[in-house]
Design a protein around this ligand. Structure first.
Ligand SMILES: Cc1cc2nc3c(=O)[nH]c(=O)nc-3n(C[C@H](O)[C@H](O)[C@H](O)COP(=O)(O)OP(=O)(O)OC[C@H]3O[C@@H](n4cnc5c(N)ncnc54)[C@H](O)[C@@H]3O)c2cc1C
Length: 381
């Protein structure tokens, strides 16, 4: 049986997220894009709506959103503003390792913190010399009695300046390569942890990325998630799950740009007729509409597989790549369809265009996704 309809609860959630994106996020998205300020008030409201803590299970008092719920919500939030989407969905990325490898006690302790106040968690894997090749990270975690001493530098940590805690990946056994990685939760304020320079960037300017410097930062051994050496697997499984969420962000940005371009094409008159009357424009919009639909279906499939506990490395990599390549394509064409206005800061098309680019890069570049897909199909999966 195949049923692609959302449940009544999911439709309500989608409507709630859309109203939030349209009435709360959109009116201020240009302001935060221009200033690069941190939209704390928006995040407080996102928390009140249950979007900031969406993965926290119902048993702990959270909304307990499924992955399908999450992609439905995140498409709307990214439609409102990609930067705020990145900042809000970072909680899903950072808490996924807890769901994958945390004990019941660890889950209860760390996830409950997100319910008490509008708090953020951050995911710290990337380093200056280890991006795509995450197995080669150099940050070390040396066991000393009942603590690990962390040393090294993380970069591009989303929400890092404001996070309540970090899920950090470090080498507990530097002789074992990727198999020597472990994951652990590091609370903000840990002595020896210093928040470094913040990134000034092209798009997603309402989100924050920083360096984290660890200098003999002592982290309780009880904060380790899973076994020593299991960190690389935890990181890869996390990304398999959260790539559907990135894909939904791509769909949201693509849809926002497409709607703007379609409206313009129908109302802008040149040579005595709306520019939509030119097949060069209407066929282009037809192609973009088709790709957005296809991207959403791949996204829902990948999320649905996560909910069913199915292996979805291939499908989530396909969804992330297709949806974010589509976002880049749609936003590029949207600027073109809007002509000179599309290039102006008076119109959001140029923001969507800048925002789309990041989605092809983070949580594994689209080249790395193609490596994942190639490996999966080579192995007959
Ligand atoms: C705004 C932003 C937010 C981010 N948030 C986080 C976060 O919260 N936590 C976190 O840990 N990281 C985060 N990242 C890091 C992000 O995941 C990495 O930037 C990304 O994985 C790429 O790594 P890199 O930048 O080091 O590029 P590199 O790995 O140096 O790659 C450079 C180029 O080479 C290509 N390339 C590399 N290897 C291959 C290969 N084998 N085959 C083909 N092409 C290849 C890449 O596709 C890319 O085009 C963020 C990054 C940005 C920009």
């Amino acid at each position: 049986m195949l049923d692609l309809t959302l449940t009544p609860d999911q439709l309500k959630l989608q409507e709630k997220a859309h109203v939030f994106a349209e009435q709360v996020i959109r009116p201020v998205s240009r302001h935060y894009d221009t200033t690069g300020d941190w939209p704390e008030e928006i995040f407080r409201q996102a928390w009140e709506h249950g979007f900031l803590q969406s993965p926290v299970p119902k048993e702990l008092g959270g909304p307990g959103h499924s992955q399908v719920d999450e992609v439905v919500v995140n498409e709307e939030i990214a439609w409102g503003c990609a930067g705020m989407y990145t900042a809000i969905s970072a909680n899903t990325l950072a808490t996924a390792p807890l769901f994958i490898a945390g004990s019941e006690e660890q889950k209860k302790h760390w996830l409950s913190r997100l319910l008490e106040a509008p708090r953020l968690a951050a995911f710290a894997l990337s380093e200056p010399d280890a991006g795509s090749d995450a197995g080669s990270i150099a940050t070390t975690a040396a066991r000393q009695g009942d603590v690990y001493l962390l040393n090294g530098t993380k970069c591009f940590v989303t929400g890092g300046a404001y996070a309540d805690y970090y899920t950090v990946f470090a080498k507990t056994d530097p002789t074992k390569g990727a198999r020597g990685l472990s994951a652990m939760v590091v609370p903000q304020g840990t002595p020896g942890l210093r928040i470094g320079k913040s990134m000034d960037k092209l798009g997603h300017r309402a989100s924050n990325q920083v360096f984290l410097h660890f200098e003999n930062a002592a982290v309780p051994a009880e904060n380790r998630l899973g076994a020593e050496g299991a960190g690389f697997g935890i990181a890869m499984k996390t990304l398999d799950q959260t790539r559907a969420v990135v894909a939904s962000g791509g769909v949201g940005v693509a849809r926002a740009a497409y709607e703007l371009a379609l409206e313009h094409a129908k109302t802008r008159v040149q040579f005595g007729q709306p520019i939509f009357s030119n097949q060069a424009v209407s066929f282009l919009l037809a192609d973009l509409a088709m790709k957005i639909e296809a991207a959403r279906l791949l996204t829902w499939q990948a999320a649905w597989m996560t909910d069913k506990g199915m292996r979805n490395s291939k499908q989530s990599a396909m969804a992330k790549t297709f949806a974010t390549d589509t976002a880049m394509e749609v936003t590029t064409h949207a600027v073109q369809i809007l002509g000179g206005l599309g290039y102006s800061r008076e119109c959001l098309a140029e923001k969507f265009f800048r925002d789309a680019k990041l989605m092809q890069i983070y949580e594994g570049t689209n080249q790395i996704q193609r490596l994942v897909i190639a490996k999966e199909i080579q192995q007959g999966r």
